[in-house]
Write a protein that binds this ligand. Sequence first.
Ligand SMILES: Nc1ncnc2c1ncn2[C@@H]1O[C@H](COP(=O)(O)OP(=O)(O)OP(=O)(O)O)[C@@H](O)[C@H]1O
Length: 285
Amino acid sequence: MSSILEVDHLNKQYSESDFALKDVSFSIPYGSIVGFIGENGAGKSTTMGSILGTLHKDGGSVKIFGEEMNVEKLDIKENIGVVFDNIHLPEALTVLKLGNVFNNIYEQWDQETFDHYIDLFSLPRKKKISGFSRGMSMKLSVAIALSHNADLLILDEATAGLDPTGRDELLDVLRAFGKDQDHGILLSSHITSDIEKIADDLIFIKDGTILLNVNKKELMKQYAILQCDKNEFVHIDQNLVITHRKKGSDIDVLVSDREQVPASIKKKDFSIDDITLLLMRGEKV
Ligand SMILES: Nc1ncnc2c1ncn2[C@@H]1O[C@H](COP(=O)(O)OP(=O)(O)OP(=O)(O)O)[C@@H](O)[C@H]1O
């Protein structure tokens, strides 16, 4: 078994909107971190909710630890650490009291680990959670997710609202967690530099459809963004073209193999943000 999470032809429609997840398929190999990238409303949270069973899926299969995900199976849920933007923590409690609550909820609650992350994230123990800032609440959610011996983390915008130091601390923690061969992480973020720092694989999603699922190193080494004109464009093997976008008389083209492109065509320096923009704004051939 090589994947901690396998999503196969996941479909989901909402009754009150036109949005749909369309045949979303991907997997997370053990010991790896997958970055989930897409604009507002692309379907990242819907995918995560459908994986976790908090949303009803219309079709497809989700296997976690090799087993079909079933919300009734408590042991699967115990082994997944989740951070969602809209998780509601009990506001009237303090961190001190929260430990006792989660000790009763999770069979494998590890108070020592929780204390470690509370210290690492410099969270106050005696202040009511209602008085926490958004960043502090996010850190607390992450500390909880990491303190019940979960092997899979599903993190929706977990770095949002954190200051640069807090983000850096959190990314270090996630990097170390993800390296363990029993673990895996699915992480969505609009801060692509965070994803760039820690992800092994990247999944780009738009309008409920996965546009590209690629190993990060392969993307940065083998792919290219070309800047060409119409005449040069027709000389590019169209099988290599992932997407393209007209910009005045120029065309930006994302190709999957820079070595197979005529040397005369200009290759631009690029970041994951550039790839994201091109994928989100470009047209398929
Ligand atoms: N409960 C719901 N009922 C109807 N439509 C919904 C519901 N929840 C989400 N949607 C719609 O589904 C689409 C995808 O939303 P989703 O939250 O999955 O996107 P996202 O990629 O997580 O976006 P963001 O980056 O803004 O968090 C959006 O068009 C949204 O309006």
